[in-house]
Design a protein around this ligand. Structure first.
Ligand SMILES: [Zn+2]
Ligand SMILES: [Zn+2]
Length: 143
């Protein structure tokens, strides 16, 4: 942020810290709550404005995670590595996938399109192994 000439105030610092330390995807409410624990002067409006700035700088991505949670949007720090959100449409679990599958996809995309891919994020919907197994057992019980 400082590189972009943006003043790093205490509330902004708290918001950035929350995003950096979050292990998963947070919405505005969760970010506000956690940032307030670090700096009580953080307001939801500050969170919205700061997220807008960070998105504009390409530092943070906004996700809808297939709209399974309605209009709730989620935020995460943009990573250099390609990653996919593999989302269970039944229990709403979100798995983060990176590594060779995604690296291969990047290479294939670059070959196919001629683009130098800067970042790659993908969302996939399906049934997780637990939910798929439950559905199979339920179908078997009915047969
Ligand atoms: Zn599931
Ligand atoms: Zn993610």
């Amino acid at each position: 942020m400082r590189d972009a000439g943006i003043r790093v105030t205490a509330p902004r610092r708290a918001i950035v810290r929350v995003l950096e330390e979050a292990g998963d995807h947070l919405d505005v409410e969760e970010i506000t709550e956690r940032a307030r624990a670090l700096d009580p002067s953080v307001h939801r409006a500050t969170v919205y404005r700061t997220l807008g700035l960070l998105k504009g700088l390409g530092l943070v991505d906004e996700l809808d995670l297939l709209h399974l949670e309605g209009d709730r949007h989620f935020y995460e720090v943009r990573r250099e590595t390609e990653h996919a959100h593999v989302i269970c449409l039944t229990c709403r679990r979100v798995l983060e996938l990176s590594g060779h599958v995604m690296a291969e996809l990047r290479a294939d995309l670059e070959q196919e399109t001629g683009f130098a891919v800067k970042f790659l994020r993908m969302e996939v919907g399906g049934a997780c192994p637990d939910c798929a197994g439950r559905a199979r057992r339920a179908a078997a019980d009915q047969a």
